[in-house]
Design a protein around this ligand. Structure first.
Ligand SMILES: Nc1nc2c(ncn2[C@@H]2O[C@H](COP(=O)(O)OP(=O)(O)OP(=O)(O)O)[C@@H](O)[C@H]2O)c(=O)[nH]1
Ligand SMILES: [Mg+2]
Length: 200
């Protein structure tokens, strides 16, 4: 049986008033444009085509909410750092992300998705700083690991772990090959409190 039998798309939000009610627990997937966020969500939740993916950077421009069950959600965020986006779109993105990250009480954890060939960009570092300030736990998903040799992937992971220290956990991942799926699900479940004893 699927680890997440009741996955459902909820809504796409273009502004804060369209966000789903801020209750329960939510885990956000953020990262550079084209890093592989939507593909990672589909692989982890085992639902092909749930979150839309594309070869063209900047495909996800809205905050997409998915329900995993009562009060448990994952969000697919628009990617950052795509140079060709018009200034007005970039500004709108900034407002949307500010609204999301500064007000989302239900945010229980953050996955920062990075292309394993280009980890820890300026934007990724900014996200990490924000998460630390907000006391939000972070997991780094080094995706597209299939594009690196085993040795290069392993040394990238080591270097990333060394750089972030205890600010985040990190793993290798490939949506294409299914590498690291179980590990990613364990972290997601941990953030969402799935499988944990009920809180008193
Ligand atoms: N080789 C390989 N390609 C991948 C992997 N994950 C994603 N891709 C490809 O990378 C491209 C971008 O993937 P998306 O999942 O749409 O990336 P995104 O981060 O959601 O992109 P935006 O929504 O535009 O910010 C697509 O062509 C995917 O097929 C992976 O693990 N391995
Ligand atoms: Mg996307």
């Amino acid at each position: 049986m699927s680890a997440y039998p009741d996955v459902q798309f909820l809504t796409s939000a273009n502004k804060r008033s369209q966000f789903v009610p801020d209750e329960g627990r939510e885990v956000a997937f953020a990262g550079r444009s084209n890093a592989g966020k939507s593909s990672a969500i589909n692989a982890i939740l085992a639902r092909r085509g749930l979150a839309r993916t594309s070869k063209t950077p900047g495909r996800t421009q809205l905050v997409n909410f998915f329900a995993l069950g009562a009060g448990l959600r994952v969000t697919d965020l628009p990617g950052y750092g795509y140079a060709k986006v018009p200034e007005a779109v970039r500004r709108h993105w900034g407002t949307l992300m500010d609204d999301y990250f500064h007000h989302r009480e239900s945010l229980a954890g953050l996955f920062i998705v990075m292309d394993a060939r280009r980890p820890l960009t300026e934007f990724d570092q900014g996200m990490l700083r924000w998460a630390r300030a907000a006391d939000c736990p972070v997991h780094l998903l080094l995706t597209k690991a299939d594009k690196l040799s085993r040795g290069a992937a392993a040394s990238t992971l080591l270097a990333v772990r060394r750089e972030v220290g205890d600010a985040a956990s990190a793993q290798l991942f490939s949506a294409l090959k299914g590498t690291g799926l179980e590990q990613a699900r364990e972290v997601l479940d941990g953030f969402l409190g799935i499988g944990a004893p009920p809180q008193a």
